[in-house]
Structure formats: C-alpha cells, structure tokens
Design a protein around this ligand. Sequence first.
Ligand code: NAD
Ligand code: MG
Length: 387
Amino acid sequence: MSVVRSISILGATGSIGASTLDLVRRNRDQFRVVALTANCQVKELAALAREFSAELAVIADEGCLPDLRLELSGSQSEAAGGQAALVEAASRGADITVAAIVGCAGLAPTMAAIEQGKVIALANKEALVSAGDVMTAAVARHGATLLPVDSEHNAIFQCLQGNDPAHVRTITLTASGGPFRDWAYERMAGATPAEAVKHPNWSMGAKISVDSATMMNKGLEFIEAFHLFPVGVDKLRILIHPQSIVHSMVEYRDGSTLAQLGPSDMRVPIASALAWPARMDTPCARLDLAEIGELTFRKPDEQRFPATRVAREAVMGGGAAPAVLNAANEVAVAAFLSGQIAFTRIVQCAEDVLARNLPPPPQSLDDVMAVDKEARIRARETMEPAR
Ligand code: NAD
Ligand code: MG
C-alpha cells in the first residue's frame, strides 16, 4: 500500500519542474499537490494548477496576479503573487518540496521550506552556493532532509549510502564539458547565445545551459558538493566525461570506487529524490552500455575554462565569496544572453567582482540577500563598457 505524500514545486514551469510533474502525473495516486510556483508564466502555471488540482498557484511577479486570478477562476486552486506569497507557499509544509527555481531568487522560499523540517529535493544549486553554511545550519536546526537532485550530487548521495564518510578518499564530479568542450578559447569569445544553450547531452533551462558551456556549472557544483558532503575541499575532484553516463563517483580508502550510472535524463535523479528512501519507476530509456560502447574521461582544462578554478578559490576563500561569485555570474549570464557581453567575459566578470573588497561573511538569510544585491550592482558596473 503506498502512502499519499503532499508535494510543492517551486519553479514548476521550468525544465526541472516539468520533469518532476511528469513523474507526478504518472503516479497521481501517490502525490497530493500543495503549491506550484512560477516567475511570470501565467498560462502555463494555471494549466498545471488545474491539471494537478493544486491547492495554491503562486506567480512571483506580482503584476501577473490579476491574470493568474482570471485564468484560475472557477478552479479549486487559490491564486497568489509576489515574493511574500512565494515564501508563504513554501511554508505550507508539504511532505516534499522540490526547489527548482533558477538562481538566488529561489533562496528565500527554499529556506522557508527548510524551516518546516520536511524533505527538500534541491535542484536550485545557486541557493546553496550563496547561502552555504547559513542553509546547512538551518537544515540541521530544523531537522530537514536535503536530498540533492542535481545529477552529480544525487549520484554521490547514492554512492555514500551505507558508508562512513570518514572512509572517503575522493569524490569526483563528472562534467560533460558542455558544447564548447573542444573549442579554442579565441573561438569561444565569439560564441553566440544560441550556440551556448545547445547542450550536447541534456535539455535544460537557459541559465544552467550557459553555465555548462562556461563550466561555471561545475564550479557551482563543486561548491554545492562542498556543503552537501563535508569531506573537505581537498578531496573533491572534477573529471570530464563527455558521454554523461557516469554521473559522479566516490573513492574509498580501500581502493573501491562506487559510481552511479544512468541515462542523461533528469527524471532519474528526481525520481530517486521523490521516492527516497524507496525507489519508483521512471519512463526513461534504459541504459544500454553495449550500445554506448565507450565511456571516456579526461582532465579539465582550466586554461580554456577558468570557471572551476575561480569557484574553487571562492569556496576556499569562504565567507561571502561564493555568494558574490554566484551573483556576479547570474548577472553576467543574463548580460550574455541579451547580447551585451561576449561569452568569455562571463567568467572574467565574476573574477573581477571577486577581486574587489568582499563584504563580511553572511550570518543570516538577510545577510546573504544583502551580499547578493551588492554583488549584482558591482557586476553591472564591471560590465560597462563591454570589453
Ligand atoms: P528553468 O529556467 O527551466 O526554470 C526555472 C523556474 O524558476 C521556472 O519555473 C521559472 O518560472 C522560475 N523562476 C525563474 N526566475 C524566477 C524568479 N526570479 N522568481 C521566482 N521564480 C523564478 O530552469 P531549470 O533548468 O529547470 O533549472 C532550475 C534549477 O535547477 C537551477 O538552479 C538549475 O541549476 C538546477 N538544475 C537544473 C537541471 C536541468 O536539467 N534543467 C539539472 C541540474 C540542476
Ligand atoms: Mg549537474
């Protein structure tokens, strides 16, 4: 007999939101949808709220609330809008909250969900990168369970089950290398947004796709791993694996390396979090290693892709540095996507902002938000004029 669990999805209209709802749709008898949220995609959000009979639909952009109300009139879903409503939705205490908003915009609602002491399936890596210790302390204080959805971290989480972290020798995050894996640095300077968002293995939102192209995604994931798996920064590694089949691995002191393999489909790690500690079916293509034939690995090239070095330095610097890095990167990625700066300028911008005087280490959610806000202003200054 399966138990019905309540679920809220923050960022329901995005790529992770859609993959999550696909699984919920296939297992309707196992989930009761509490809250669904989106930034400004009124029609999509309303359609999802109706389909899943959500208690509440929240649009972050308050200006869109009248439209959402109109779309939901006559339905059983309540409509709400604005930042406070987003936080209130996350506070409704669903058994499981999927944190799938992109960027630091997801931090406050994710923290509100953590305060309920339930299960958080975390896709929103920027929130953890920015808030770091503030978030992990809140998880401990409120007895919440943070389950990583990011495929690498979900893989590591699985490989650590039943093992004492004290026996870990290294944790290796694999990286596809993104669409520019084999491009010369000079060629990358002329890369267009359309080229950057065309990921070879995964279909994802625009921001994370650009992060994959610069490899800042792996830099952010390095910081994410630092907080999720406290084995120390010296034990964390990055390895290029173009096929994206081995999602990450853990090496133990006896020489055993455990890896998690699977198709490049986010529904696999999402299902692992939704069903945890049990397992559930997914409709994903089965892994056919004979068909794939070869799995290859190589070292990252930090000359062409400095992002992982910049991120490693930020996490080693500690304090406000990761939040500053994340904010500057978000601003620079948006500027690149709107054609304001060159592709190779993205990571330079983050590094330039980090090179300035850093604010004191954030001690609270408000501190992190203040650091984020200030770093965004500095990033915009740094980018003018584009070079
Ligand atoms: P996406 O752009 O497809 O979706 C983002 C969602 O957040 C949408 O529902 C959007 O409406 C909402 N949103 C955007 N800005 C907002 C704001 N300011 N306030 C409130 N809501 C806002 O992004 P995605 O690819 O689904 O990624 C979501 C998160 O998951 C990111 O942190 C990303 O790094 C992480 N992630 C994604 C993948 C993937 O395969 N897509 C894999 C691993 C991790
Ligand atoms: Mg990932």
